[in-house]
Design a protein around this ligand. Structure first.
Ligand code: ADP
Ligand code: 2DT
Length: 212
């Protein structure tokens, strides 16, 4: 007889403005799940290791200038090129923890005068919709105390305020606001509690498409 296919993994996205602790917490969540016998992998966007990612890296560090529409579509393409890996990992039964996703794509691009929220959503529509979005919420002034803004594009308070507003417009019932002003350990515990809840409650049926 043939063994039943494993229950699919969970798609967990971590979002938030700069320096809210996303990378720190994403890594810890992967360790936590793997440490309790539930396989999970870490991914991040932008993935700067691909040819498209190299171009994005160069744009962010001001090496090249690109039209607002062009860089938006490259960020989307950078997610679509990982689409097969996300799907195959979830189908194998492992969970995928992602540091930034399409919500960053829309929140940052739509913070520019030239691009609207609806237009920005178009190129990511149909990507797998996360089972949960953990939003690390922290006053921007407090995030600024975790290091000075550098020279990368978008690292500026006024811009970040518009990004935050856009994030809030994208929320739905899969979003969980996490108080990111707490200690690393406290934030970690609230993230783990949310993930345990999602893993217990979710039916893990077929993955719906984002914004469809
Ligand atoms: P992000 O990925 O959101 O930019 P990081 O995880 O890289 O954020 O963290 C940014 C900085 O803030 C790092 O120096 C990190 O050690 C520190 N940091 C992360 N979480 C906390 C926390 N809960 N309290 C204080 N400092 C933190
Ligand atoms: P990191 O500092 O996390 O590497 O992000 N960004 C990110 C976008 O403008 N669009 C996107 O689709 C994504 C994923 C956020 C680098 C910067 O790139 C921005 C900060």
């Amino acid at each position: 007889s043939v063994a039943a296919p494993p229950r699919r993994g969970a798609l967990i996205v971590i979002e938030g403005c700069d320096r809210t602790g996303k990378t720190t917490q994403a890594m810890k969540l992967v360790e936590y799940l793997n440490g309790s016998d539930r396989k999970a992998i870490f991914m991040r966007f932008p993935d700067r290791t691909t040819p498209i990612g190299c171009l994005i890296d160069s744009y962010l560090s001001r090496g090249v200038n690109l039209e607002d529409q062009v860089i938006h579509l490259l960020f989307s393409a950078n997610r679509w090129e990982s689409h097969p890996k996300i799907i195959s990992t979830l189908k194998s039964g492992a969970s995928v923890i992602i540091d930034r996703y399409a919500f960053s794509g829309v929140a940052f691009s739509a913070a520019k005068e030239s691009l609207g929220l609806q237009w920005c959503k178009g190129s990511d529509a149909g990507l797998p919709k996360p089972d949960v979005v953990l939003f690390l919420d922290l006053p921007l002034e407090q995030a600024a105390t975790r290091g000075e803004y550098g020279s990368e594009r978008y690292e500026e308070l006024k811009f970040q305020q518009r990004v935050y507003k856009n994030y809030m417009a994208l929320r739905d019932d899969t979003w969980k606001m996490i108080d990111a002003s707490k200690s690393i350990e406290e934030v970690q515990r609230s993230m783990e509690a949310e993930v345990e809840r999602v893993m217990k409650e979710s039916k893990f049926g077929p993955l719906p498409g984002l914004w469809w």
